[in-house]
Design a protein. Structure first.
Length: 123
């Protein structure tokens, strides 16, 4: 475990492009509901980001944490980057769960070449 993890990742797709509807499914009570799946673009981003994350060999921050996301000059709403960054951190066991976030800060750095995700222990 560590107090701070800094990771460079590609910018995720917009939160508006993460999910797709693939037909319908039956719910437990027998009603039809949309079958929502991860979009191909989001799955591809998760694969690429996962390989890059593993290659950086980050540590793990347990419990409460502060998250800072620094975005390069790209056309994405800053708040849309939070979902992708949080999901990849949980998927690769860098954080326990995104519900433990105490503070989330999003900033832009026009000189940055990639998204920089910094996780600091808030304990």
């Amino acid at each position: 475990m560590t107090d701070t993890v800094v990771i460079q990742l590609p910018v995720p797709p917009s939160a508006n492009r993460i999910w797709r509807i693939a037909g319908t499914r039956l719910t437990k009570n027998g009603k039809r509901a949309p079958n929502v799946i991860k979009s191909p673009a989001y799955r591809a981003w998760q694969d690429e980001a996962g390989w890059l994350l593993r290659s950086q060999r980050p540590g793990r921050v347990a419990g409460a944490y502060d998250l800072t996301i620094t975005l390069p000059k790209v056309r994405i709403d800053p708040d849309n980057a939070v979902k992708g960054a949080s999901d990849i951190l949980v998927k690769h066991n860098i954080i326990d769960d995104d519900k433990f976030a105490r503070r989330i800060t999003i900033e832009r750095d026009d000189a940055a070449e990639a998204m920089v995700v910094t996780v600091r222990s808030a304990a």
